[in-house]
Design a binder for this molecule. Structure first.
Ligand SMILES: [Zn+2]
Length: 363
């Protein structure tokens, strides 16, 4: 087993740890917002259960502002959770990757590795998060507050228009808390994966003398989307790697491809063969999503799994050999967008036409 296989294994384990951490953070955020919701319901319980439209405009405004204040507490507390989670994840990723390289590449080879400095790891939480968010934690906080204010205003307006009482308004407000809670959780999960990706890429950058490339690792299960599945196993030059996460809740990571004994410029004639074999520069021997799907396509139950997983529209094109998993991964140049079913259909039509033309020529 070469060093790259062992490092692959360690990187996957670290990522699995991040996913557990992600769940824990989401749970903490949920707990915060649950207490905010209870606070809001408690506040409304102390109001007379009047029809909301009988209140003066000033009193209605006061109600919304008060609720907004409670919600802000939720945002403030959960922003700190996200900040902690991002820095914690970045640290763990940097430490464990460093450790994986140091322990899986025999010290006899005489390579040294550079750790990612603490100030880089701390700064990660200030930078934009990837995926469907392209803003940092601070800007997200601002957007979150604006969204919350809009939701609360809307809830009040609905209650007035419908002639509802204060209890019904309270339920609308609680619903808004739920929406904002969910938004914060989704952001947190993406932020954690982004922090891991940043720390990892920085480690790779600092050790580029040893690391020649990166390989996409998606998680082989039905929760993986077809875009990520299409990317799985693909090798990039380090500097050209696509940013992860690609979308909210993306669990993908990169594994490193280290240089071979030869590429490192080591003269290995006197070194034992196992040492040279360790640094073979080969990609880890693991099953990619493509292999996995190919195997599934050989059986009836497997095929129906694939059909459920990618959806009937894509499956029709895929099983007829008109599109591949690779096609699902590549994003269209415009807006860096993931290919839609429509895009894929157009590709398939083009290919079908080409096939027919070549058949005509043969006849
Ligand atoms: Zn992914």
């Amino acid at each position: 087993m070469g060093a790259n296989d062992k490092i692959w294994d360690r990187i996957i384990k670290t990522r699995a740890g991040h996913i557990r951490y992600e769940r824990k953070t989401a749970r903490r955020i949920r707990r915060t917002f649950r207490s905010v919701r209870d606070e809001i319901l408690g506040y409304f319980n102390n109001q007379a259960n009047d029809i909301v439209s009988t209140y003066s405009a000033a009193r209605r405004r006061y109600l919304v502002d008060t609720i907004d204040g409670y919600l802000e507490r939720g945002r403030h507390e959960s922003s700190w959770e996200v900040y902690d989670a991002m820095t914690g994840t970045a640290r763990r990723e940097a430490e464990e990757t460093y450790d994986a390289f140091r322990s899986e590449i025999p010290s006899e080879i005489g390579l040294s590795f550079y750790a990612v400095p603490e100030d880089f790891l701390i700064a990660i939480a200030d930078q934009p998060v990837m995926g469907n968010y392209t803003m940092g934690l601070v800007n997200y906080g601002d957007k979150w507050s604006r969204d919350a204010a809009t939701l609360l205003d809307k809830a009040l307006m609905q209650s007035v228009v419908n002639g509802e009482n204060v209890g019904q308004l309270a339920r609308r407000m609680a619903l808004a808390v739920g929406v904002q809670n969910y938004a914060m959780q989704a952001f947190a999960r993406t932020a954690i994966q982004t922090a891991a990706h940043r720390a990892q890429m920085e480690f790779f950058r600092r050790n580029k003398e040893v690391i020649k490339g990166v390989q996409w690792v998606a998680i082989l299960d039905d929760a993986c989307c077809d875009t990520c599945a299409g990317y799985d196993g693909r090798i990039f030059k380090r500097s050209e790697a696509v940013h992860q996460p690609v979308h909210v809740k993306c669990r993908c990571t990169y594994s490193a491809v280290t240089k071979s004994w030869k590429e490192l410029g080591l003269k290995g004639d006197e070194a034992p063969p196992w040492m040279r074999r360790t640094m073979d520069g080969e990609v880890p021997e693991t099953m990619t999503f493509k292999d996995w799907i190919d195997k599934k396509m050989n059986s009836k139950t497997g095929r129906s799994w694939v059909r459920d997983w990618m959806g009937p529209g894509k499956f029709e094109l895929f099983s007829n050999g008109l599109i591949t998993l690779d096609d699902m991964a590549i994003r269209t140049r415009r807006k860096n967008r993931v290919r839609s079913l429509g895009d894929l259909r157009r590709i398939a039509t083009r290919r079908r036409r080409k096939k027919e033309e070549s058949l005509c020529l043969m006849n």
